[in-house]
Every structure is written in C-alpha cells, then in structure tokens.
Design a protein around this ligand. Structure first.
Ligand code: GLU
Length: 543
C-alpha cells in the first residue's frame, strides 16, 4: 500500500472531482471575489469593520462577490454565538454578504462555509500532496518538539521543523506503518523545497513590491485530529471558493512565503493579496497599534454603546481608508457613499491612524445633516437600549420632541450640538421636568440683581410675541436695570455698565433651561409654553 492510501484510506474523491463541483464563477472581467474569514472568537473589532469595508467595496464596486467563511478550525478559541454576533455587527454597518455562512445556515454553492465541515475536502488535497511527495506524516510528540526548540535555542539557529530537524521527512513507510499500528497520533507536514538563501519579488496590492525570502520550514498542514491549519485551509478554501483577492490583516504577511509555496505546490492560481495595516493611535507623541487590552474603542460594540450613528462610523472609516473621501463628501453631501470611487491604492500601507476627535467631528456633521424625524428615530432607538427612562420621556409627545430636535436644523449652517446620542440628554433633557437641573446663576451678580431682571422680564413677556419683539423686550429690560442693551457700546466701554444684554439673556436662559448654554432661547420658551414662565417664577423664588 502506498503512503497516501495508508494515511487517507477513505478519500475516494480527486482534485478533479472538486474542480468540477466548484466551477469557475461566471463573472465579468475584473470582478473581484473576496471574503471575510473571521475566527469565531466572539470579539468583533474595528479592524474587522475596516477589513470588511475594504473587501465589500472591492467586491461590490467591481460587480463581484463578497462571502463569509467561518474559520473555526481552532475549537478551543471558539465562543458560542460568535458567528451570529459577527454577522449582526457587520450588518449593522451595512456590510452584507452575497454568500456564505448565515444565521440560517449556508447560502451559496461553494460551501460548506464553515471550515470544520470541510475536513473531507482538505483531505483530498492532502492525499494528492502525499502522492506527489510534497507532504508526509510526522509523529513527533510535544516533548520531542520542545526539546528540538531548546536545542535550536542553544545552538542559536532558526526555530522550526526543517533540515536535519525534520526527522520524519524521509522515513520509510514501514516506520510510518509501525507508528500508526501503535496508535500514535500524527500531523501532516508540507515538504518544503525552499531555501532561506533564495529571495524573490512579490507585489502586494497595499504593501507594494515585497522582497520575500523562501520558506524552508515543513509546516503542519493537518493537525492530529485531521483539521487543517489556517495555512492549508486558506489555500484550499480560497481556491475552491474561487477567491480572486485575499483581503486580510498584515499580521499574515510573515506567512505569505509559505502560502505562495503552497498555492504553487497545489497547482492553484495565486490570488491577489491585499494586506491591510493595523489601526494605529497616538499615545503621547508616539504611534502605536490599537490594543484590545488598552483601548476600549477597538471593540465594535463600543461605538454603538457610545452612541455614534452607524453612518458616522462608516463615514469616518471611509475617510481613514481613502484620504480623498472627505473632499468628495463635501462636494456631494447627500450622495450615497457607494457612488464614491473607492480605491485600495489609497490605503496606507503602514496602517491608518485612528483619531477619536476626528470621529466626533465627522459624527457631528452627520447628525447635523439629518432631519428632525431621523434624529428623533435614532435618538429614541439608542435611548430604548441604553437609557429606557429617557426613551419614555422622548416618546411621551413625539411632536414636541421632534420640534426640539428641529431647533437650528436645516439651512446652510445647521447647528452641530450632537456628536453622539449620549449628548442628547445633556443637550435637551431640560425640556422634561424630570431632567431639569439648574446649574445656578454663579456669583458674578447679586441675587437681587438677577431677581430684578427676571421680574422685569416676566412683567413684559408675552408668548405670542415673535422672535424680534421678544428680543426687543429683553433689551428693554436690560436698559431698565441699567445694563447695556447695545453690545457694541458695551464692548467699547465695559466699565460703564454692570453688565450687558448677554448677561440678561443668560439670567433668563439659566432660569428656563438650568444651563448657560442651550438651543435658541426664544424657540425654547415657545416650545415650553407655560412651563417657561413657571420656571422663571421658580428661579425668582429661589433667589
Ligand atoms: N481567520 C483569519 C483571521 O481571523 C483570517 C485571515 C484571512 O482573512 O485569511 O485572522
């Protein structure tokens, strides 16, 4: 019996069978077929979104296919429900797959899309490699491998299973048989013909031209349980699923020499590689990678809980990936982002620099662009999940809440008060009695002065006045208490007055809203109706 049959007695299919079972895709010239291939560890991070967005744009902009493959070969790291979480998180950001693993099972003819269900497919190619003398079983135990590593450390030579360290490389079949008969577990190793003396050029679509040193290690292809390593699964899956472009993190770059070697050994067409740099951030004056341990903003769940609208995160990532996106957005404020011509060529090979303040700015612009109905819907949705009491408040009188959100909205220069849905409560919670808290009037003016101003204001306030009449009355009150009604006059000679119309407005504002900063005061009072007057009265009583 030959070695291949000894190792894989049950494999009857051939690579040719698989080639016809998974035919070439019939797509237009230039269509990109790419995938996301996450391991279901339960943690979805911003890098997944970045990668997903690059892959999604490259696929869909070219009329190609984006599919989801679940890389569950490492059962130890797997977390229940992780695939669902991933699908939901990406969908939340508008990244939808055309094919692959879904919550309801597989969709598409290139499956199964979960690697553990593909064991028999890998074995077909494993058998072929053994037949061709390009793979062999290795029975080394953990102890043997650990001792080998210690020896290499001592001799100061490269780590790994290669050269004279590759002790099972050329064993006779009798040894293999004997080890198998003794029930010893084995892994399948690649027989590398590479040498670290040799280098060659390879062009990565993001990193550019790379000088690659050949791989000389006999890496593991199949683990003892018959499940492939990432490397082998990557080659077989991306070949059979007809992937044209591999979009992945650049932590895989060191494995690229082996991957290229593997594709060649298997006689597979090599896909194009798009290795994306990590997300970086400034830490003091130096740049570092965003870290799971140190940076809560790496988790995708963070953005939802922090109240960033989906569109803001999406817009921000686009500005990170393609530096011309921002200008395009300015010129096309209402255009669908899909009409932007995305280019992988603009990705920063060293990784994008994540800037939280910039994200907040982008988000302010996004929320400022929304109409009041949209703001209402999204703010309520957020509050329902994260602040249910406040949600009840917002929903008590939807028209009233929408009218509040309409203040300063629309027009050429909309107000940019909200960066996240968390800002809603501090911004306009005062409209509802349960969230009204007075910051107080400070100690710049004596309570009697403030009381006098508020009393004079109440005496003339008429809710049916229009905005300019209202303001004329505020100015009249200002003059009446000896403050400056004309700001120019006041600025020219501030010593001549105890204060100005700005101070008087501020007294009224603090009385009505509890704060020195608020949306347009006239409109606020209009919306509050009788409550505005009551609040001024309460303030007078407290002074
Ligand atoms: N499972 C690998 C990871 O999560 C996928 C890398 C790839 O896209 O090929 O990093």
């Amino acid at each position: 019996m030959d070695l291949a049959t000894l190792l894989f007695p049950n494999v009857t299919e051939t690579p040719e069978d698989l080639e016809s079972r998974y035919p070439q895709r019939q797509l237009a010239e230039g269509a990109v077929v790419t995938r996301m291939a996450p391991s279901p560890t339960g943690f979805v991070h911003l890098g997944n979104l970045v990668q997903g967005l690059v892959a999604e744009r490259m696929a869909h902009q070219s009329g190609g296919v984006l599919f989801l493959r679940v890389e569950d070969t490492d059962a130890k790291r797997e977390v229940a429900g992780a695939v669902e979480v991933l699908i939901d998180s990406l969908k939340h950001y508008d990244i939808c797959f055309d094919e692959g693993a879904t919550k309801e099972g597989d969709q598409g003819i290139y499956g199964p899309y979960r690697q553990r269900q593909r064991a028999n497919l890998y074995h077909v190619y494993a058998k072929k490699l053994v037949q061709q003398g390009m793979a062999y079983p290795c029975f080394c135990t953990e102890e043997v491998l650990t001792a080998m590593r210690a020896d290499q450390e001592e001799k100061k030579v490269n780590f790994g299973y290669y050269g004279s360290y590759a002790v099972w490389r050329d064993r006779p079949i009798e040894d293999v048989k004997a080890a198998m008969d003794a029930g010893k577990p084995w892994v399948l190793r690649f027989r590398s013909t590479g040498s670290i003396e040799n280098q060659f050029k390879y062009n990565d679509l993001v990193k550019g031209s790379l000088t690659i040193t050949e791989n000389d290690i006999d890496h593991v292809l199949l683990k003892a349980d018959g499940i492939p390593t990432y490397h082998f699964a990557h080659a077989v899956d991306d070949h059979l699923m007809r992937t044209t472009h591999v979009v992945r993190g650049d932590e895989w770059l060191p494995s690229l020499p082996f991957h290229l070697q593997l594709f060649r050994a298997l006689d597979f067409k090599i896909p194009k590689y798009v290795h994306i740099g990590p997300l970086m951030k400034m830490d003091g004056t130096s740049k570092r990678k965003l870290s799971k341990r140190k940076d809560p903003e790496l988790a995708l769940t963070y953005y939802k809980a922090a109240g960033f609208p989906v569109s803001a995160v999406y817009e921000y990532i686009m500005t990170l990936l393609n530096s011309n996106y921002e200008d395009w957005r300015k010129a096309n404020p209402t255009a669908d982002s899909d009409s932007f011509k995305f280019s992988y060529k603009k990705l920063n090979p060293a990784g994008a620099l994540f800037d939280y303040a910039k994200l907040c700015d982008v988000s302010k612009n996004e929320i400022a662009k929304m109409d009041a109905d949209t703001v209402y819907a999204l703010a309520v949705e957020f509050a329902e999940e994260f602040d249910p009491d406040f949600a009840l408040c917002l929903k008590r009188d939807p028209d009233f809440t929408k009218a509040i959100f309409a203040i300063g909205r629309g027009g050429k220069k909309p107000r940019k008060d909200l960066a996240t849905w968390l800002d809603v409560k501090p911004y306009m919670g005062f409209f509802y009695d349960e969230y009204f808290v007075s910051e107080g009037f400070g100690d710049k003016y004596a309570p009697s002065v403030i009381r006098g101003a508020l009393e004079a204001f109440l005496a003339v306030y008429d809710p049916t006045d229009d905005a300019s009449t209202w303001f004329d009355k505020v100015k009249a009150v200002t003059t009446q208490i000896g403050f400056a009604a004309d700001m120019k006059e006041y600025k020219a000679n501030p010593e001549a007055f105890p204060g100005s119309v700005a101070d008087v407005s501020s007294f009224i504002r603090v009385a009505v809203t509890g704060k020195t900063n608020s949306p347009d005061l006239y409109t606020v009072m209009q919306l509050l109706g009788d409550k505005a007057v009551q609040r001024v009265r309460t303030a007078i009583d407290s002074l």
